[in-house]
Design a protein around this ligand. Sequence first.
Ligand SMILES: N[C@@H](CCC(=O)N[C@@H](CS)C(=O)NCC(=O)O)C(=O)O
Length: 208
Amino acid sequence: MFEHCSLCFRVRMIAALKRLHLQEMVVLDDDSETMIGLVGKRIVPILVKDDGQPMLESMDMVAYVDGLGESVLTGRQRSEVGAWSDRIVAKTAPLSQPRYPLLGLPEFGTIAALDHYTLRKRKTLGDFVELRANTRHYINALMPDLEELDQLIDSPSGVNGELSLDDIRVLPLLRSAATVKGLRFPRKVHDYFETMMDRIGYQPLPAV
Ligand SMILES: N[C@@H](CCC(=O)N[C@@H](CS)C(=O)NCC(=O)O)C(=O)O
């Protein structure tokens, strides 16, 4: 996994909700070898099950972990929440991705790993300094979506009330958005984020 990765956080989240031990291993951003050695390509998250078999899709991993013992994701899903989650990624990426290298995260623990990330993201997203310089613009573009989520949240302990796969979709995205100093979550989003992070026992990432 990468510490900053929201898809990886889905798996960490379900393990925490289930009170199951997940042995976590962070790879350096330039350590393609480890990922390719496990599954034949560069990708995270990878879940290696107790029988040694690796899994590749984060939502399959979530279903697998939730299926160990009694399920906790018993609530209904709502298509509006799923659609919101799909849409928001393009809005948070220009804010969160240029910030991750500033947070002291283990996947950027060497200069080579840090530069590897910066170079590959420059190709897809653009120049980090320029993106960060436009923080206000990207925050303004994101706020209507956060207001929309505020209307969608049913309870601080579950976006649809009872815990569901929608929480697995939403919380990791909020964790990423919360790396942006100066971005204020609307009240219900804020309460949901605090309550859920507290429940799973994770500190938010630093905000810069
Ligand atoms: N559908 C996969 C997508 C996994 C994925 O796109 N992972 C990204 C990181 S968020 C990745 O590995 N990108 C390649 C890279 O980092 O070089 C899942 O949900 O697990």
